[in-house]
Design a protein around this ligand. Structure first.
Ligand code: SAM
Length: 288
């Protein structure tokens, strides 16, 4: 007697969960639900209710492919092509870094600074935008008249542009190194989550990061300060008086990065903590 669709779906899902568990995936049920949701193009809650659709061979094949990728160590966000960032759902693939929770705190701090300012902020600049997460989160919540975002990677900018179009948010995306694509413009806020991993440490990164995420998004020269030094040296020329520079940094680098910022002429240099109480953000101002 052949199995009904509900029993067959249940068996297929149980097998997929075992494949993920045997591969060492920490939360196989959650990952499978996310995979199911991305293949069925519904929310994870809806995916569970629609699980009988995996009786369709095309859907079963797509789920099997995704489960194999996840079991081989690929990050879930790349397998599903989705990543949550604050109130946004972003598309991601291997051309752009997967947005991290810590970076949500950087956006929250920039928004809080903008709201507290006597004059409303005008323009914002996001350096090294990747998936566009920071620029788009500011566009959806901030009161900025204009947002510009740069990245050296054409691939990352394609991901960012696609996210902006899908979300109906306007950002001026520009390809080039840090501030090179900017000329004659002045911003109220310059924000960046630059790469900051030293070359030697890059090779010791977890394989789930090193083998899948773009190296240009992670590594930054022998001491990890190449990108940060460049930004600290040049960003001042593009900020309005009283404007804010906000950078995500390595929690172990607060002292050298604070020294670099002070030596580069920044004032009110201060470090703030992330949601996990680690010192992860550097804020500095340009003299009024
Ligand atoms: C740590 S990732 C951050 C991406 C995104 N802002 C986020 O928070 O998820 C650093 C980004 O800087 C970009 N990048 C690296 N070198 C760059 C350069 N010289 N000029 C501009 N962007 C650069 C990388 O392509 C990458 O997208």
């Amino acid at each position: 007697m052949s199995k009904g669709p509900a029993t067959a779906s249940y068996d297929a899902l149980a097998t997929a969960t075992s494949v993920l568990r045997d591969a060492g995936v920490e939360n196989p049920a959650r990952d499978l639900r996310e995979i199911l949701a991305s293949v069925l193009e519904v929310t994870p809650a809806e995916a569970w209710l629609q699980r009988d659709r995996i009786a369709d061979p095309d859907i079963a094949g797509a789920i099997d492919g995704a489960v194999q990728r996840r079991a081989a160590g690929e990050p879930l966000a790349y397998v599903t092509g989705r990543a949550g960032f604050r109130y946004l759902e972003l598309g991601v693939d291997r051309r752009a870094l997967i947005p991290r929770t810590e970076t949500e705190g950087l956006v929250a701090a920039v928004l809080a600074w903008s709201r507290a300012r006597a004059e409303p902020p005008r323009w914002a600049l996001d350096l090294g935008t990747g998936s566009g997460c920071i620029a788009l989160a500011l566009a959806v919540e901030g009161k900025f008249e204009r947002i510009v975002a740069t990245d050296i990677s054409d691939g990352a900018l394609e991901v960012a542009r696609a996210n902006g179009s899908r979300l109906g948010l306007t950002v001026d995306w520009r390809q080039g190194s840090w501030l090179d694509p900017i000329s004659g413009e002045r911003f109220s806020v310059i924000v960046s989550n630059p790469p900051y991993i030293p070359e030697a440490e890059y090779h010791a990164l977890d394989a789930s990061v090193r083998e899948f995420e773009p190296r240009v998004a992670l590594e930054s020269g022998p001491d990890g300060f190449e990108a940060i030094s460049r930004i600290l040296s040049h960003a001042g020329a593009f900020l309005e008086p009283g404007g804010l520079l906000a950078l995500e940094i390595d929690a172990r680098s607060t002292i050298p990065v604070t020294d670099l910022a002070t030596a580069s002429g920044w004032t009110r240099v201060r470090i703030e903590r992330d949601l996990f109480d680690r010192p992860r953000y550097l804020f500095a101002n340009k003299e009024s």
